[in-house]
Ligand binder design. Structure first.
Ligand code: DAH
Length: 355
């Protein structure tokens, strides 16, 4: 057997045992690498006697071609195997039932904001928004609360700068200013949003939610305010009757100002809203102060109206029997699963708000 025939038969025996691309690569190196058996034969060509060289070279080329073809064949065989293996593992059985998946829940605060928006939109309010970072001017000054006003102390403000020009809004009332300065009377808006105060216990969180209401037109009175709030409370708590009382109060941006309480009683350890001899404070309100209107270039001789501010978290706690405000913001999955709402249950007045 000639040298070339020997190389060929060794190769044939080896290529049959190849199982992986790594095996194939090592054969390639063994025969065609820098010191591979075929490569060395080419290097030796010059030492062969001239008469035999031509024939040897032609045989060598044939073998080289044969081995190269075999390597390529093996390579595509291995690639096919690999693809088939993948297809086998990744196949999808479309006849199988869909896998049950974990559904997300809507946070009670988001749900309540949707409910409130739906209730007020029924009587012609539109939803306005403003930024969490406010100027001191919009949050206080324009709302008739100058620098030395004692009401500022009630707000435990988070200031963002030493010079106290920027802050985290302490209430949603600055959106009254933003809306009126950028628009034209009449105005009829609600403003749900995040608010901040430096305060934290079972009933206070440093970040909480408020709902502002504002209705300005030519002849809006306290009577309209009462009617509007009576409608809202009944719709929100889904009750037919609500005992409500207005207590005189003070806010710099309203004159007169009032706080509103609703009646309730405890029955079987549960709170029943609307009736009973106990009172629960739910919101602050009043007739917008003429100074506020002047600050936003609305003529107080032509226009007047009411505003109110409601704590959204408090309403959510009352309606859905949640007794610790802090739980709202702890992002506990189990809590959310229990108190959260189905994402497809968008509240509407017709279908029932919380069903
Ligand atoms: N901004 C007040 C607060 O955070 C609530 C409030 C009271 C808003 C009376 C009003 C209002 O618009 O008229 O305590």
């Amino acid at each position: 057997m000639s040298d070339l025939e020997k190389i060929s038969s060794i190769f044939n025996a080896k290529i049959d045992t190849v199982k992986t691309k790594e095996d194939l690569q090592s054969i390639k190196t063994e025969f065609f690498g820098k010191n591979g058996q075929i490569t060395l034969q080419f290097k030796n060509l010059s030492s062969i006697e001239p008469e035999k060289r031509k024939e040897f070279a032609s045989n060598l080329n044939k073998i080289k071609e044969d081995l190269t073809n075999q390597i390529e064949l093996k390579n595509s065989e291995l690639e096919n195997l690999e693809i088939n293996e993948k297809l086998k593992n990744e196949k999808v059985d479309v006849t199988l039932p869909v896998r049950p998946f974990q559904q997300g829940k809507i946070h009670p605060v988001s749900q309540v904001i949707d409910e409130i928006s739906s209730i007020f939109s029924e009587i012609g309010f539109s939803v306005a928004e403003g930024p969490d970072v406010e100027t001191d001017y919009n949050n206080f000054t324009a709302l008739n609360t100058p620098d030395d006003h004692p009401a500022r102390d009630m707000h435990d403000t988070f200031y963002l700068e030493k010079n106290k020009k920027l802050l985290l809004r302490t209430h949603t009332s600055p959106v009254q200013i933003r809306t009126m300065i950028n628009g034209k009377a009449p105005f009829k808006i609600i403003v749900p949003g995040r608010t901040y105060r430096c305060d934290s216990d079972q009933t206070h969180a440093p970040m909480f939610h408020q709902l502002e209401g504002l209705h300005i037109d030519k002849s809006i009175t306290m009577g309209h305010l009462k009617g509007c709030l009576d409608y809202f409370i009944k719709e929100f708590f889904e009750v037919k009757n609500v005992k409500m009382r207005f207590r005189p109060s003070h806010f710099p941006f309203t004159e007169p100002s009032a706080e509103v309480d609703i009646g309730y009683r405890i029955e079987n350890k549960k709170i029943v809203i609307g009736e009973g001899d106990k009172w629960l404070e739910v919101l602050g309100c009043g007739m917008v102060h003429p100074n506020v209107l002047k600050n936003v270039k609305v003529d107080p001789k032509k226009f007047q109206g009411y505003a109110f501010g409601i704590g959204i978290d408090r309403l959510a706690m009352l309606k859905y029997g949640i007794n610790d405000l802090r739980a709202f913001f702890e992002t506990d999955f189990r809590w959310l699963n229990h108190f959260g709402f189905d994402p497809l249950d968008v509240p509407t007045n017709y279908r029932g708000l919380s069903k």
